[in-house]
Design a protein around this ligand. Structure first.
Ligand SMILES: [Fe+2]
Ligand SMILES: [Fe+2]
Length: 462
């Protein structure tokens, strides 16, 4: 099973557990409505036991987590089961191989009968064992305690893997359905809602070897954050996210040497590169799960606001109103990434450069949205504090308006700290007596190469 099938199976499983719990309130355990939901649930779990010894589902802040990655795919009708687990105080359920339908039945009975809240895992474990449950554990393994940063990390890595597989498939001449891309976008959307800073900070991981893959995910994340700021509908958001994720998919049709070529391109080579938006449009058109709107956005991501880009589409061509979201985030991610032929720019510098493109290649209004999303000190900006320490911005809160979080990397004497220290500024300006630290201004990260190396999410805040 791939991740999408696994998630779908888990969603079905939770649905069956919820139904069985709901029906248990109304009917005796032998009633067919209770029985059939338990049997359904049992057969779903069995699918997992062909590949693994156990199936562990954790609950973190009301979200279901499977193998470290949150599943945001659940509809509200599935909340009953999770709500019961959370209320009772169960942080994770582990179904072990050897499980029998009776285990599920008794566990449901336990959830149904238990009225106390906030029980400890060991207490719950003891009680279910007494009820005869043998292959369900509620104690999470020690290392499964997840915080938002590791959830975001797993969501991000999962998205990168999905892009790698998708591009491989296309290079081999197959056409993927696009369902996996939809799922990835749902996960990123959910993660942005849960903790925007945590996932936005990951867009700063600029892995040079994997440029296209990370870049695709970064453009999806930044585009979705902008779609949020624009209050687009859930469907529009999904379309923008998928377009961001797949905007450069047409590059699979170009020679690898050309895509990886460092330095400047010849006229002929650039003419080749210019084909990728149209190639992407054609590919997306063949993928049954991709909406036409996403395909159009992919086609138009290099068209430029003044329509002087490529492909040439004529003055009457109706440009999709959201294509500029992709163009703007594409530009931002490219400028802030170090390439063989270009030094990475600091976020504020990137925004300044982009300001000069306003009204030409980029739409001023959409650029303003990016600026508001990034806040006055965008995530990833290296700053000096009034304490003379140097750190990197790791959080700006929703819509760039929240408390600023900084990882301090260099102490007041200029020595790199062995482990970054996370601090939170109550306000940017030191106007309140409570604010111990404030930002003096940005610093050039090249002055602190050692600190920068260990910076950011290689060491998530503890
Ligand atoms: Fe592109
Ligand atoms: Fe791109």
């Amino acid at each position: 099973m791939d991740r999408r099938q696994q998630e779908q199976t888990i969603v079905n499983l939770i649905r069956a557990l919820g139904t069985s719990l709901k029906n248990r309130r109304l009917y005796p355990p032998s009633h067919p409505l209770v029985r059939s939901a338990v049997d359904k649930c049992f057969s779903d779990i069995l699918l997992f036991f062909t590949e693994r010894q156990e199936l562990a589902l954790a609950i973190s802040d009301g979200t279901l987590v499977f193998e470290g990655v949150p599943i945001f795919n659940l509809t509200s009708s599935l909340d009953l089961f999770i709500a019961r687990l959370s209320a009772i105080g169960i942080p994770a359920v582990v179904f072990e191989k050897g499980l029998a339908p009776e285990d599920i039945e008794r566990f449901i009975l336990f959830l149904h009968e238990t009225k106390e809240e906030g029980l400890s895992s060991s207490d719950v474990q003891e009680r279910i064992e007494k009820m005869g449950v043998t292959h369900i554990r509620v104690k999470p393994p020690m290392d499964e305690e997840e915080d938002d940063y590791s959830l975001a990390r797993n969501t991000y890595d999962n998205a990168v893997n999905a892009v790698v597989l998708l591009m491989q498939e296309i290079r081999m001449g197959r056409i993927p359905s696009g369902a996996e891309s939809e799922r990835v976008v749902k996960d990123i959307t959910g993660m942005l809602k849960r903790n925007r800073d945590a996932i936005m900070a990951l867009t700063l991981i600029k892995n040079f070897d994997e440029y296209t893959y990370n870049h695709s995910v970064n453009v999806a994340v930044i585009s979705l954050a902008m779609a949020d700021a624009l209050s687009l509908s859930p469907q529009e958001k999904a379309e923008v996210g998928v377009a961001g994720l797949l905007h450069d998919i047409g590059k699979t049709q170009l020679a690898l040497d050309l895509i990886r070529k460092p330095g400047s391109l010849t006229f002929q080579e650039f003419e080749e590169i210019k084909k990728h938006p149209e190639e992407g449009f054609v590919l997306l058109g063949k993928m049954p799960h991709i909406r036409p709107t996403s395909a159009y956005m992919v086609r138009e991501h290099h068209l430029r606001y003044d329509r002087k880009g490529y492909p040439v589409l004529g003055p009457d061509y109706p440009v999709n109103p959201h294509s500029q979201i992709i163009a703007v985030s594409d530009c931002y991610d490219a400028i802030t990434t170090m390439r063989a032929y270009q030094k990475a720019k600091q976020p504020l510098e990137a925004l300044e450069i982009m300001g000069k493109l306003s009204g030409k290649s980029l739409d001023a209004n959409i650029l303003a949205v990016l600026k508001s999303v990034m806040g006055s000190y965008p995530i990833g900006t290296m700053v000096r504090l009034n304490s003379m320490e140097v750190g990197v911005i790791t959080g700006v809160g929703p819509a760039g308006m929240g408390p600023i979080k900084i990882q301090v990397l260099v102490d007041r004497q200029g020595n790199p700290l062995p482990r970054p220290e996370e601090v939170e500024l109550v306000e940017i300006a030191a106007t309140t007596p409570h604010t111990r630290r404030s930002i003096l201004g940005t610093v050039n990260p090249l002055l602190y190469p050692e600190a920068q190396k260990g910076a950011l999410l290689s060491t998530p805040p503890s």
